[in-house]
Design a protein around this ligand. Sequence first.
Ligand SMILES: C[S@@+](CC[C@H](N)C(=O)[O-])C[C@H]1O[C@@H](n2cnc3c(N)ncnc32)[C@H](O)[C@@H]1O
Length: 296
Amino acid sequence: MKDVYSQFSNKPNETIRARIYENLGIKFQRIAKGIYKTIEGNESCIIIEGDGRDLSFLEDNSIDCIITDHPWSDKKSNRGGNRSFSDYECFQYDTNDFKEKARVLKDGCFLVEILPAENESNFRYLYQLKEYAEQNGLFYYSKVTWKKGNFVSNTGRKAKNSQDVMIFSKGKARNMRYDSKKSALMKSECYMSGTSKMLPTMFDVQPVQTNKKIHQSELPVSLCEQIIEYVTYEGEVILDTFAGSGVVGIAALNKKRNCILIEKESKSVEKILKRFSNNLFFENPSYSQNPRNEIS
Ligand SMILES: C[S@@+](CC[C@H](N)C(=O)[O-])C[C@H]1O[C@@H](n2cnc3c(N)ncnc32)[C@H](O)[C@@H]1O
């Protein structure tokens, strides 16, 4: 983001922030060096080549939801499954990552972290993440397993065919769940604290076929679409700080949500741009008939 700010060195940072927000909803393609945008109907997706751990360009309380799959550093987990050694930069979260996420999220909104299944080498780290989250006001809401359909990878001690979808809320979860009893009593629509519907026991979704993947750790669009429907409303802004293949952006547009994607590696950003401009909306053939703006 420093590079982006230097492009506008005669203007205060707020101006650039404003440009990012203003442009959610206005048709154009390249906002600044390393910042791109695509539009679908009234919603848009901004793609930023940058550091997803530096959210300083975002205002406090400005994001409706964060859905992300951080490049967790764990040699043991990264081996086997669909990750035969990650081919991208990995790291371990620290408390500041959660401090920043909590700062940019609106009160009551949800942070969704896609995490590896627990094992003998990562259990301390997975526990530590929940501690970091809570220390920063992001409370444990729920954890739902993603069962990878009938996919089985039986390397190691047990079959690795699941990951976890870990959901936190900033403070008390906002009121998204329809309260039928209260609504009948009050004769108006009433909602109670929680996700839009009761969360399932598991998301049972087949992983992306290897020959259709553009990223080693690509999540299925339909998994992201399902998550999005539980934790956001149409028109809201979702942030993915480690975008990979850009799937969260695809799912967000499919579900009429705005999205900001951040990805560090320029080769992945290029693939995201190509995916958007070529309408490579795997698992959603209706989109392949829907022409999209070319991204330069
Ligand atoms: C696990 S992958 C995300 C996969 C993604 N959810 C998908 O379904 O395609 C993590 C991504 O984070 C990127 N990354 C690593 N460090 C980063 C950083 N500091 N800022 C932004 N992206 C980063 C990696 O290049 C990688 O593409």
